[in-house]
Write a new protein. Structure first.
Length: 192
């Protein structure tokens, strides 16, 4: 993971930059990219508080199906969700050494998301993020997709592809109001 988050050279197209520089240039966004069920996702780096190796998660009885439990993050109770379950992907019972908990800030809370692997930090022009396709827009469950971009891979994958789709998440829309209330109740109920 550390190698994936270190500086990368600019792609041949000149449109994508994998460096860890500040976002001082207007019109650029930095995304923390991760894999989930072989799909690529990204979240705005400004929303990411930290990335942790899998730590012990304390399960909470009778919580929502996608809630894995909570962790103590330096004295702060943080709910941890299984993003595979939240998005309806096949559930993995065994985590790999690449599995991570990405701790993110939404507009209302801090939450940890279990992902299969954090792959890189990518910087790209905002206008390269395309609106969500019409088919996905009609489905309320896909409101958390900020957009989709097609970008060159940093190295050719085993399938020979040189580009891949990246789904950019809107962290303020990943949870419904009811789910947000449930997650906040879990953490507030556990405060000492």
């Amino acid at each position: 993971m550390e190698a994936a988050l270190n500086n990368h050279s600019q792609s041949a197209t000149g449109k994508y930059d994998r460096t860890n520089t500040d976002q001082k240039e207007t019109g650029l966004v930095q995304l923390v990219c991760f894999k989930l069920a072989q799909e690529d996702f990204g979240v705005d780096i400004h929303r990411v508080q930290e990335i942790n190796r899998r730590v012990k998660v304390t399960q909470i009885p009778q919580s929502a199906l996608f809630v894995e439990g909570v962790i103590d993050l330096r004295g702060k109770i943080v709910p941890v969700i299984d993003l595979r379950r939240r998005f309806g992907f096949p559930v993995v019972t065994e985590q790999t050494k690449e599995s991570r908990i990405v701790v993110v800030e939404t507009s209302t809370m801090t939450v940890g998301m279990i992902v299969d692997e954090v792959t890189e930090v990518l910087r790209l022009p905002m206008d390269n993020i395309n609106p969500t396709p019409e088919l996905a827009q009609s489905d309320v469950e896909h409101q958390y997709i900020r957009g989709i971009t097609n970008f060159p891979v940093s190295k050719e994958d085993i399938t020979g592809k040189t580009e891949r789709l990246l789904i950019v998440l809107d962290m303020d829309q990943v949870f419904s109001k009811e789910e947000t209330r449930t997650l906040r109740e879990i953490t507030e109920g556990l405060k000492v």
